[in-house]
Design a protein around this ligand. Structure first.
Ligand code: GLC
Length: 514
């Protein structure tokens, strides 16, 4: 286990849109460096950087052309190394986005594999033996080269699937995960990881981590594969951290990942909190916390079993912004929850000021409906909200034009802003070990269709009751024990405590140290 995860609070940066230091309309490494003090001051002590490697950007960089070279638009490998060093000098950590499931069609490996003559890369991807045969369980690319075969696709059509084998091969073109070709792919991924760790990064967020071995419904072979890769990695770098985009911690953590996310795909428990038709976190109070708690119980049990973490993100580059259909008071309740739960919180850039989902944008770099969540950060009242000195028509994406759109500058000046509430909450988490990543958790009050949500967090020497009432109305509940303690945090209004009974104001939250 990486020691630093004990109290890590991650900040996800979509590099295109964070801060442009050279006026070309797109964010870059130097721009991130310039904002590290802001990030640190917010209490975020770890970064996840979305893919920043050479790419034709058909899927925002998730279509890698060269794993060992940064995209020139962000800077050079040396600039990225400088970013690592600048993070470390502030006692912060940084993880990169690893995309092991597929590459761009422009990657040299794929170009090699398209050749009809046998070569080193012929089996680096999944190719059938005839252009008329489709790969089992997957879409395909075909008719684009002289090789007589179809190449399996992992996501968009220009993202061919790398070959890690099939769990139970039944066709001649399908390899076992331990056959020489899939083992060579695996080794190539290990080499890539080692390359960046040697340069100073602190680990990886792994894209579509559950997708590597094909037709593996129970993930048995995928788990074995990840155990091998994470084991290798930890043998060199015991402090490296790995978080999977998998969404099912019972599998990913068994594979040796330190962390997994709850996500908008897979089981619906996460969605029911923030992004369903009737989300629990809404002042309309028409949601229920129990879809989440059912999923969370399973996930948390796995976390305990494997010594890993289940991470609940505020959002990410694939989801609607948290602020879509939500006002500032509602957002504060969301953060009171996100920053007091176990696991390492992951906050998506701009969510700390309630950046809106920008509606009706034309898709950019394969974003489609995700594009509105990827717009440039709103820093201040300067040109392009301080994001870039470029002409606004040259920005990576247009910014929100709403006159009351939030900026960091405005919110820093307002003690009651969302930004300042988030800062208060990160400070609370840093100051109280019971609220940190690995400390214990149990639901205390979590009922079907009922508000509030109450849970207990504890560790040796500290015991904290967390109460969150996202409803737009006051709620009173009676617990099974006398509530005696000190209120160490409250949002909006202190709770009224009377023996076993607790009354929470609308849209309020509190932490009581028992
Ligand atoms: C993951 C990424 C997403 C990308 C996809 C394909 O889900 O988060 O942005 O499009 O994988 O790599």
């Amino acid at each position: 286990m990486a020691e630093w995860l004990k109290n890590a609070i991650f900040y996800e940066i979509y590099p295109q849109s964070f801060n442009d230091s050279n006026g070309d309309g797109i964010g870059d490494f130097e721009g991130i460096i310039q904002k590290l003090d802001y990030i640190k001051d917010m209490g975020f002590n770890a970064l996840w950087l979305n893919p920043c490697f050479d790419s034709p950007f058909g899927d925002a960089g998730y279509d890698v052309r060269d794993y060992l070279k940064t995209a020139p638009r962000y800077g050079t490998n040396d600039d990225l190394k400088k970013l690592f060093d600048e993070c470390h000098s502030r006692n912060m950590h940084i993880i990169l986005d690893l995309v092991p499931g597929h590459t761009s069609v422009e990657h040299e490996w794929f170009k090699g594999s398209m050749k009809p003559e046998k070569n080193e890369y012929s089996d680096r991807y999944i190719w059938t033996d005839s252009v008329w045969e489709e790969p089992e369980g997957l879409g395909c690319i075909r008719g684009i080269s002289d090789r007589d075969g179809s190449a399996a696709v992992n996501f968009f059509s220009m993202q061919p699937a790398l070959n890690y084998g099939y769990a139970n091969p039944t066709k001649p073109y399908q390899h076992k995960p331990t056959d020489p070709a899939p083992m060579a792919t695996r080794q190539a991924v290990k080499d890539i990881m080692k390359f960046w760790l040697d340069m100073g990064c602190d680990g990886f967020r792994v894209d579509m981590a559950g997708s590597l071995v094909k037709c593996d419904p129970e993930y048995k072979e995928t788990i074995k594969l990840w155990r091998d890769i994470t084991g290798y990695l930890k043998s060199f770098y015991p402090q490296a951290a790995m978080v999977s985009e998998w969404g099912e911690p019972q599998y990913s953590l068994a594979g040796g990942f330190d962390m997994d996310f709850l996500l908008h795909f897979g089981p619906e428990g996460y969605t029911s909190l923030f992004r369903s038709e009737k989300p629990f976190f809404s002042k309309k109070a028409q949601g229920t916390p129990t879809k989440f708690s059912e999923l969370y119980d399973i996930s948390y049990t796995s976390a305990k079993k494997y010594g890993g973490l289940v991470c609940i993100p505020s959002g990410n580059h694939d989801m609607d912004r948290l602020a879509r259909f939500r006002d500032e008071e509602e957002l504060k309740c969301c953060f009171a929850f996100l920053l007091t739960m176990p696991g390492a919180p992951f906050i998506y850039y701009g969510d700390e000021i309630g950046m809106e989902y920008v509606e009706n944008l034309v898709s950019k770099e394969g974003g489609y409906g995700r594009t509105g969540s990827r717009t440039p950060m709103q820093w201040d009242s300067g040109k392009n909200d301080g994001f870039s000195a470029a002409d606004s028509k040259n920005l990576y994406l247009p910014q929100s034009s709403s006159p009351d759109r939030p900026t960091v500058e405005k919110q820093q000046a307002d003690p009651d802003s969302l930004l300042n509430e988030v800062k208060k909450l990160t400070a609370l988490r840093h100051a109280n070990p019971a609220l940190q990543s690995y400390s214990d958790f149990e639901f205390v009050y979590c009922r079907d269709n009922c508000y509030p949500l109450i849970y207990r967090r504890w560790c040796e020497g500290q015991n904290i009751l967390v109460c969150v009432n996202p409803a737009g109305e006051e709620r009173t509940v009676t617990l099974s024990f006398d509530i005696n303690g000190k209120i160490i945090y409250h949002l909006k209004k202190e709770p009224v405590i009377n023996g076993k009974t607790l009354t929470l104001a609308p849209l309020s939250a509190c932490c009581i140290e028992l």
